[in-house]
Design a protein around this ligand. Structure first.
Ligand code: FAD
Length: 288
């Protein structure tokens, strides 16, 4: 069973997200991370896609490697940005030939350093979802922003566009958040709009507050004062910071599981330690 829609229908899922490394050392390190996390038997792992297709080959290489060399189901991220409809068809044909069955269809992050967005045949991810559905054979996920997408003019418009694309897809994965209320109220808003498809909460175990604050700023998420205060207790002690980040993430995961979330999707940042500790804290799986 390798389609995420089927896996979700069978019960709660646990999944991890990786990014394709830039160099040999990064590949070696990620190989170790994946073999450590494979012991936790994740339901799937997903692989990010660089702005404007900048990691096109590396994303496909990593997705294919996971598919061939591990027992884990992979999902490839794919963006509107930088792609014509013909590009998308080529990419989907490659994935189909590789036996990859899951795609996360995204608008795409803007290129770094204020560079202009590359041209695209697509305006919004909903159009990409429709093309993937027409191509056929893939289970399709979409992105959700519990604290609203930064380009959304207001809450009602954000939720309506999210509900429409989620209805066309199989499931959503959220941007990371630290306050469970953001997730719960988004799920409630979607239900009020008639959408009850699974929305997997994205969990970011913090190890570096500065890095996470920058990422949060870009995606319209908030790092609440109580998180800043807790992380501040670590001072310059990086191990302590990572330990506090694990405690905060464990608490959030426990609340989400209590609230009936359909799964947990961890932003692994290509490292395994924090996730293994969270699993151990939650009693999800004996940590190796
Ligand atoms: P869209 O669904 O296109 O939405 C973007 C904005 O347009 C929203 O404000 C929405 O409300 C609005 N909108 C939608 N439809 C309409 C319409 N018909 N008319 C007017 N407005 C509309 N980025 C990457 O580059 N690579 C990745 O690998 C990646 N992985 C991600 C994984 C997850 C789980 C998440 C949550 C995000 C990820 N991102 C990634 C970031 C994502 O690409 C950005 O947040 C992007 O800015 C928006 O993506 P989207 O898919 O939500 O876009």
């Amino acid at each position: 069973m390798a389609r995420i829609s089927d896996i979700l229908a069978a019960g709660r899922t646990y999944s991890f997200e990786f990014f394709p490394p830039k160099n040999e050392a990064g590949w070696l390190s990620l190989g170790r991370t994946i073999s450590e996390l494979e012991h936790l038997a994740p339901d799937f792992v997903s692989v990010t896609y660089g702005a404007g297709g900048s990691t096109r080959t590396r994303t496909a290489d990593l997705v294919s490697w996971v598919r061939r060399q591990t027992a884990i189901t992979p999902m490839a991220h794919l963006t509107c940005q930088g792609h014509t409809r013909a590009d998308i068809r080529d990419i989907l044909m490659t994935y189909r030939a590789e036996g990859v069955e899951n795609i996360l269809a995204l608008g795409g992050d803007p290129p770094a350093h204020g560079a202009p967005a590359p041209p695209s045949d697509y305006h919004f991810s909903l159009e990409l979802v429709a093309d993937i559905a027409e191509f056929g054979g893939f289970s399709v996920g979409v992105a959700a922003h519990p604290e609203l997408h930064p380009r959304s003019p207001d809450r009602a418009t954000d939720r309506q566009h999210l509900a429409t694309k989620l209805e066309a897809a199989d499931f959503a994965i959220t941007q990371f958040f630290f306050d469970i209320e953001h997730y719960l109220s988004m799920v409630e808003d979607l239900a009020a709009l008639g959408t009850t498809k699974p929305v997997l909460p994205g969990i970011m175990p913090i190890s570096n507050l500065g890095q996470v604050t920058r990422m949060a700023h870009m995606s319209g998420a908030e790092v609440p004062p109580w998180v800043v205060q807790a992380m501040g207790k670590a001072g310059d002690n990086l191990d302590e910071a990572e330990r506090i980040g694990v405690d905060l993430a464990t608490e959030l995961c426990a609340k989400l599981l209590d609230a009936g979330a359909p799964g947990l999707h961890f932003y692994a940042l290509n490292r395994s330690w924090a996730i293994r500790q969270i699993y151990r804290n939650l009693g999800l799986h004996p940590s190796p």
